[in-house]
Design a protein around this ligand. Structure first.
Ligand code: OKP
Ligand code: ZN
Length: 342
């Protein structure tokens, strides 16, 4: 399996994440990809290639123009305002308040943020844009006939909506790839999100559409980020009714239950009969992930990959989360090797 990878991800190296009332060095850090890259090389999964450029059109096919302009300029404007730390949202358009975008950068951060843990820094935009182009390059490989491809994206994307960042995400790489498939001749695309966290951004982007199926396995939002989306009764709206499937699971869930949910998810995907499958691949369902509560083991990830391969669909893997950094390479590559049958 070919991997698409760019060192541009290193341009995002935020020093702060608001966690437990403290500013800590972020869980979502550059070394995550070093471990994955190292493991890919170690097992010889396949060639590792640089992304191509696709310009802004496929990004603007998913995200609002004003949101993209905000992301592009936020760091410079934050600095110009005289702030000395990294840019962190701290005021929101809450219930019964005005839902319009203010002028001051501090207010705009709250307007576009869905959570406060994600700081915007120098290089964040460039890294996010490169990450989207990694996903688009992987999508092009699948379009050209590859049975599978691994888009080694960073920063991740599945929490980003058309006009929202947060949960370590800025541009929704999987959604951008799905829309690119749609705009280049594929009639139906399925997104299977196996990251521990609910892919609220991806769900929101396609919630009223029947041409992109969204299926997600995740920590029950009563107990887990993003808290305010991902419940089982969210099934889509309008033409999209029935084209969102959420399979939330409680704290302590192990692979027996998780794998049964995966079978349910893959049955829905098979019924949908998409032209291609995009897997939002997070490995934060791992038993020792520091911010998650599922109990999957390293060998479970190999079985996960084999189960996904049994769907028999052209498959684009898009990297999302995974924060037990010492094991992230093994767990991620186990999925890909399982998919390939070893
Ligand atoms: C991004 B991805 C933990 C708070 C976590 C943000 C999590 C973002 C996860 N107590 N806040 O889905 O892996
Ligand atoms: Zn996650």
């Amino acid at each position: 399996m070919e991997t698409i990878y760019s060192e541009n991800h290193k341009l995002r190296d935020a020093q702060t994440e608001l966690y437990g009332g403290q500013l800590v060095y972020p869980f979502e850090r550059p070394s995550r990809l070093d471990y994955i890259h190292e493991r890919l090389t170690e097992v010889g999964l396949g060639p590792i290639s640089a992304p191509d450029s696709f310009g802004m059109a496929p990004i603007l096919a998913v995200h609002d123009f004003a949101y993209v302009a905000f992301l592009q300029s936020a760091w410079d404007r934050w600095q110009a305002a005289g702030f000395e730390g990294e840019a962190i949202a701290n005021a929101w358009p809450a219930r019964r308040m005005v839902q319009t975008c203010p002028t001051h950068i501090d207010g705009q951060l709250g307007y576009y943020a869905l959570a406060a843990e994600t700081s915007i820094t120098q290089g964040t935009w460039q890294a996010a844009l490169s990450s989207a182009h990694v996903a688009l390059t992987g999508a092009e490989r699948v379009r050209a006939g590859a049975q599978s491809c691994f888009a080694l994206c960073r920063p991740p994307g599945h929490h980003a909506a058309k006009d929202l960042y947060g949960g370590y995400c800025f541009l929704n790489n999987s959604a951008i790839a799905a829309q690119h498939f749609r705009d280049n001749g594929m009639a139906r695309v399925a997104i299977l999100d196996v990251d521990f966290h609910h892919g609220n951004g991806t769900q929101d982007i396609f919630y009223d559409r029947e041409d992109v199926l969204f299926v997600s396995l995740h920590g029950a939002p009563e107990y887990a980020f993003p808290y305010f989306l991902g419940y089982a009764n969210e099934t889509g709206t309008g033409a999209g009714e029935g084209f969102t499937l959420n399979l939330p699971m409680p704290p302590g869930t192990g692979f027996d239950i998780w794998r049964t949910a995966l079978a349910t998810a893959l049955e829905r995907v098979a019924e949908y009969a998409p032209d291609a499958l995009i897997v939002s691949l997070g490995v934060d369902s791992f038993e020792t992930d520091p911010i998650s509560f599922f109990k999957l083991t390293s060998s479970d990830f190999t079985i996960m990959g084999a189960d996904i391969a049994a769907a028999g669909l052209p498959t684009l893997f898009v990297m999302e989360g995974g924060y037990d950094i010492a094991e992230i390479g093994i767990n991620t590559v186990n999925v890909l090797e399982g998919f390939q049958g070893h």
